[in-house]
Design a protein around this ligand. Structure first.
Ligand SMILES: Nc1nc2c(ncn2[C@@H]2O[C@H](COP(=O)(O)OP(=O)(O)OP(=O)(O)O)[C@@H](O)[C@H]2O)c(=O)[nH]1
Ligand SMILES: [Mg+2]
Ligand SMILES: [Zn+2]
Ligand SMILES: [Zn+2]
Length: 237
């Protein structure tokens, strides 16, 4: 667990309070940097989307498909992982610029790391930037990275009870993607129960079910992106 989260200091109440104070200051600084990141995106009329999920829910697979299926949109990606640049390489193979952040021990991206990524992307050539956060359903939700939209992926192998068990994450997102729906015949997962669980923590959330293997739902995802880009561009003028 990373020290910024304060989650390694539960031994003594005193220590815990100190950790919470430090955490609060870290988050305040983070929020200022996040605002600057958003200004960078807006100077270039770029819509920025933060993708979050537990490890392996299908974030990179979805980005690969999105780049393939939206050739008319110039997409860039900032990748976050503890180690390796494998996800950035997967994105570059699809022909989009990608910058890999390796966090070492931190289990989330913060606005400072994303700022570094922003300056390594050819912003003047881009219209849409995805930030693929570190696979983790907990602390990425507490760090504003300067995106305009938060999207959470929940794959059907994880269980339909997750939204209420990880409410901070599901409250922070505007859209929940229910991924790997091709596997529904093999798992006990009710899409309706997952949506009901998410609605209880976040009544305003949108939902799309999809599979990158069969292509089901991908058109809805692309429509969602087209609509959000249109609304965003209108908001800038
Ligand atoms: N059956 C099925 N498998 C999928 C689907 N999407 C992704 N996968 C598989 O799930 C695994 C993880 O996919 P990734 O796209 O790497 O997941 P991720 O969320 O980027 O993973 P991290 O970056 O490590 O958190 C891979 O083996 C994918 O082939 C899907 O729609 N259906
Ligand atoms: Mg990935
Ligand atoms: Zn963390
Ligand atoms: Zn800058």
């Amino acid at each position: 667990m990373c020290k910024e989260c304060g989650c390694s200091n539960h031994e003594e109440l005193h220590e815990h309070k100190k950790a919470l104070e430090v955490n609060k200051r870290v988050l305040e600084k983070n929020d200022l940097q996040a605002e600057e990141n958003r200004r960078h995106f807006e100077e270039h009329s770029i819509l920025a989307i933060n993708l979050m999920s537990s490890p392996g829910a299908g974030k990179t697979s979805l980005l690969e498909k999105t780049i393939e299926l939206l050739p008319e949109v110039r997409i860039g990606v900032i990748e976050g992982d503890l180690e390796t640049d494998r996800d950035a390489q997967r994105i570059r193979t699809k022909g989009a610029p990608a910058y890999q952040i390796t966090t070492g021990s931190a289990c989330h991206l913060d606005a400072f790391m994303v700022h570094e990524g922003i300056h390594h992307l050819p912003l003047e050539k881009l219209q849409l930037v995805f930030i693929e956060n570190v696979g983790n359903l907990v602390c990425p939700a507490s760090y504003d990275v300067g995106a305009h939209l938060n999207v959470v992926l929940l794959s059907v192998v994880e269980g339909d009870d997750k939204p209420e068990k990880y409410p901070v994450m599901f409250r922070s997102a505007q859209l929940m993607l229910i991924t790997k729906v091709d596997l529904l015949p093999y798992v006990e997962f009710s899409v309706d129960r997952a949506i009901a669980s998410a609605r209880r923590v976040n009544p305003h959330m949108d939902f799309i079910r999809l599979s990158t293997k069969t292509g089901e739902g991908l058109e809805n995802w692309l429509d969602y992106l087209r609509l959000k880009m249109k609304v965003y561009r209108k908001s800038l003028v």
